[in-house]
Design a protein around this ligand. Structure first.
Ligand code: CAA
Length: 420
């Protein structure tokens, strides 16, 4: 028995030099008979489809009515956070034993996307909690750490990922926060900046350097709770995702028990970037959902609004813009799902995640910007919420690695591949 791929290879060998056997050799029936299941990228399991439906209902019915008020007040309604916990959306991949939904990574991506269609602020809260905080514990935590922290994170306590500092954004490993050993504790001093979820969080993953003489190989990840003395300082006033909190944190002799190191001393840099590689697929999903949310709000209006005796969406100039936006959305969707599936299959995904995040954040800006224009004066008002999508889209090109950092990551892979 030959696999479909090896049959193609054998067939190609018998071709005249320079010619490749037509791809009909690689027929669908050949693939099917060998039990290979090749699906389109937007094929989901029954469980994932059910998950999408239930997140969608929560987003539309519970989050939807609060979006504008939360944006204007620049604060997250506590009932939304509670609702996320009650819906099982704060421990999506966490095992049932630890109070989680034990669902797939793709399910987490679906949840982030569906929430972002309604409110990108709620989406990023869920995203950071799941793809960064929970994942670090699931992947690198000891059994004791998982038993202690994962149930809290699944059921009631919001998590925050504290990496960036005033002097270290893109150059994340230049962080200045220091940790010194003192008996069976570590003492942390320093500041963090632009920390998502930090106003409402109870649990903080803090990156600090325990031995600056080793450069970034001294960076270590600590887990702390607010009541240990994490000081939540200035809350930023932002252009977009205003209901999602972003604060400065100060650590002034913050004492953390020695057993609260995650992944080992000096392992924090690798752990941070490996988690961010995954997290970037989450941000791609957030940007994809955001773009789709703006599209879904604006397009129906273009068929209702009549000018010069016809619906504006039926003018060719508008039709082409709408069609182009639909193509952009599809490409962002395929890149995002492909990166997520690769991660789930245990294949390499760093380059694909960077591509998905880079592209989805470009698409989000473009589609939400166009959506405002399609709706004209109405789109520019705060009433429809379309302008909010556009404001919210800007952050996609900034957090979890700027667009330039994504391009640099992609370029490193290309260089490696082509300079062998
Ligand atoms: N995946 C895995 N490892 C990586 C990596 C990647 N994408 N990029 C770098 N590394 C590793 C290298 O292999 C190397 O490790 P070793 O020494 O063990 O071999 C080490 O990191 C240093 O590599 P470089 O010298 O190439 O890296 P650098 O110092 O120039 O920059 C970086 C590395 C800081 C990771 C940078 O590429 C980067 O991604 N900056 C963006 C930081 C970021 O995403 N911050 C997000 C903050 S959190 C947030 O935004 C959450 C939120 O609010 C929503």
């Amino acid at each position: 028995m030959f696999s479909a791929a090896s049959r193609l290879l054998r067939a190609t060998k018998h071709c005249p030099k320079g010619l490749v056997e037509p791809t009909r050799m690689f027929s669908i029936s050949a693939i099917r008979t060998e039990g290979l299941q090749l699906n389109s990228l937007d094929t989901f399991t029954e469980e994932e489809n059910m998950f999408r439906d239930s997140v969608k209902r929560f987003a539309v019915d519970i989050v939807g009515p609060k979006v504008r008020e939360m944006d204007e007040k620049e604060s997250m309604d506590p009932t939304i956070i509670q609702g996320l916990f009650e819906q099982g959306l704060m421990g999506i991949e966490t095992s049932a034993e630890h109070g989680g939904a034990e669902a797939s990574f793709v399910s987490a991506i679906i949840a982030i996307e569906e929430l972002a269609k309604i409110d990108p602020s709620v989406s990023v809260m869920c995203d950071v909690h799941n793809t960064l905080v929970n994942t670090i514990l699931r992947k690198y935590g000891t059994k004791e750490q998982q038993d202690k922290w994962l149930p809290l994170l699944s059921e009631s306590q919001l998590g925050s990922f504290c990496l960036s500092e005033p002097v270290s954004g893109s150059d994340a490993f230049a962080l200045q926060t220091r940790a010194k050993k003192d008996g069976d504790h570590w003492v942390i001093n320093g500041s963090k900046m632009w920390i998502t979820n930090s106003h409402e969080a109870e649990i903080f993953l803090i990156f600090a350097n325990v031995d600056p003489s080793k450069g970034y190989k001294g960076i270590t990840c600590f887990i702390a709770t607010k009541d240990m003395g994490v000081q939540i300082a200035k809350k930023e006033e932002k252009l977009g995702i205003r209901a999602s909190s972003t604060c400065t944190l100060n650590f002034d002799d913050l004492r953390i028990p020695a057993e609260n190191i995650i992944g080992g001393e000096g392992k924090g840099y690798k752990l941070a970037i490996e988690i961010l590689n995954e997290g970037r697929i989450g941000i791609a999903a957030q940007m994809l959902g955001l773009a789709q949310g703006a599209f879904d709000k604006a397009v129906p209006y273009t068929y209702q609004r009549t000018q010069f005796g016809q619906p504006i969406g039926t003018f060719q100039g508008m039709q082409f813009q709408i069609a182009e936006a639909a193509v952009e959305l599809e490409t962002a969707r395929l890149l995002t799902y492909n990166a997520a599936r690769r991660k789930e299959e245990g294949r390499t995904f760093t380059k694909e995640a960077a591509m998905a995040k880079y592209w989805a954040s470009q698409v989000a800006q473009h589609v939400s910007g166009s959506a405002i224009e399609w709706c004209g004066g109405v789109g520019f008002t705060r009433e429809t919420g379309i302008e909010k999508f556009w404001r919210d889209s800007k952050i996609g090109a900034i957090y979890e690695g700027t667009s330039n950092i994504q391009l640099q990551t992609i370029a490193k892979f290309i260089q490696q591949e082509y300079s062998r």
